[in-house]
Design a binder for this molecule. Structure first.
Ligand code: NAP
Length: 370
């Protein structure tokens, strides 16, 4: 993990292309931090962003050259396949010394497209914030999305260290933790810890659907439902992810198939099964509980807390009196005199919503992350 606290000058211009969930969240935070934010999206989205006061200026896609002029950083936040298609145009129109990045969920394909367009004095560093939601669109974005999330950066080979540091400083403003990885390593890890579980969740759910029996469905409440929560994700984003990480996903599925068949052959081997379970228990303990990785285990509520006496008690007491059980609690990004962000984890979405509205009623600024 790399954490850089160097300040980015106020007034630095950042251009964000594609003001959806992720792009909107970047605008929110950068604007709050005093940067000059230019948005590029459809005109209706730009109008919403201006109304939300999360950009200083907005342009439609046809005016990208104007939007890029004078920008120090450019973030491409459109759907994965669209990012690759836009890069050529962006490289052509940015000023010298601009750092271009993206937020796509896979990195090798995008980085190899960027490598083809790279020109002297312009830099590309791939990015993947490990934060998000099943929801789409600017209306679901909020400035706390990236707090405490791992934010992977995948610099092209030969990118000067000082340029990587500069982008890391900017990401630091989001409250995220930068992790620098080669793009192919990112994609291999993502295939195993995110793309494979996603496909397995969908497969398990469809396995249940095959039974087409309400008795099975009723008994699937609980563990089965928890395990397959991510099966509700939309194919729109996942289609692009699978297409752009096909080889790694195939490798992960093939390894898994071998492991499944090995397990099937040993189902009557008590010793083997005992070791199998013990091993899983040990492994699970080594998975960090609090840092957000590729999958989100709980429904989080972020609360802006002021640095004043009794504030934490006021928040937790309010939730207690509304009969909601907090599963995780953590203070992230606290700064002396400025306050910070409190992350509250709930096992059910309805609990997160109930807690959020109770906190709003006592005047707290909150965001529900799902
Ligand atoms: P989103 O909410 O749907 O936002 C994408 C935005 O891109 C849209 O609001 C849309 O704005 C614009 N856009 C441009 N061309 C488009 C097209 N052909 N189809 C649809 N929208 C188009 O999606 P998102 O969740 O922010 O995802 C954006 C990127 O972030 C993706 O590359 C994804 O891989 C990555 N990412 C997502 C998550 C997550 O959990 N959601 C997490 C990490 C990374 P206009 O309508 O104004 O053009």
């Amino acid at each position: 993990m790399y954490k850089e606290r160097k300040m980015i000058d106020e007034g630095t211009t950042v251009t964000v292309i594609g003001l959806g969930l992720i792009g909107g969240a970047l605008c929110h935070t950068f604007k709050k931090k005093g940067l000059k934010v230019t948005g590029v999206s459809r005109s209706e989205t730009i109008a919403k962003a201006l109304e939300m006061k999360i950009i200083n200026d907005g342009f439609e896609y046809s005016r990208i050259p104007e939007a890029l002029s004078g920008s120090s950083f450019v973030f491409v936040c459109t759907p994965l396949l669209d990012i690759g298609e836009r890069l050529g145009d962006i490289f052509q129109h940015v000023d010298k010394n601009t750092v271009i990045s993206d937020v796509g969920s896979t990195k090798s394909v995008i980085c190899s497209i960027a490598e083809k367009h790279i020109r002297k004095g312009v830099y590309f560093i791939g990015g993947h914030p490990m934060a998000g939601s099943e929801k789409r669109g600017i209306e679901n974005s909020n400035p706390y999305l990236f707090y405490d999330a791992v934010y992977v950066l995948t610099p092209l080979p030969g990118t000067p260290k000082k340029v990587v540091k500069k982008l890391s400083s900017l990401i630091d403003l989001l409250g995220a933790n930068v992790m620098i990885l080669p793009s192919e390593v990112h994609d291999e890890i993502a295939a195993n810890v995110s793309h494979l579980p996603q496909l397995l969740a969908v497969l398990l759910t469809n396995h249940l659907a095959e039974k087409n029996n309400d008795l099975f469905r009723n008994l699937a409440a609980g563990g089965f439902r928890d395990m397959t929560r991510i099966a509700s994700s939309s194919y729109a984003m996942w289609g692009d992810i699978i297409k752009t990480n096909m080889n790694e996903v195939k490798k992960a599925l093939s390894d898994f198939k071998k492991e499944l068949s090995y397990l099937t052959d040993r189902l009557s081997d008590d010793n083997y099964l005992d070791r199998f379970f013990v091993n899983a228990q040990k492994e699970r303990k080594t998975i960090p509980r609090y840092s957000k990785g590729f999958l989100k285990p709980l429904f989080d509520v972020r609360v802006a807390v002021q640095d004043k006496h009794g504030e934490l008690a006021r928040i937790t007491n309010t939730i207690y009196y509304h009969d909601v059980n907090i599963k995780d609690i953590e203070i992230v990004n606290i700064r002396e005199g400025e306050g910070g962000i409190l992350r509250l984890g709930f096992s059910e979405k309805k609990d997160a919503l109930k807690a959020a509205s109770a906190l709003q009623a006592i005047g707290c600024e909150v965001a529900v992350m799902d």
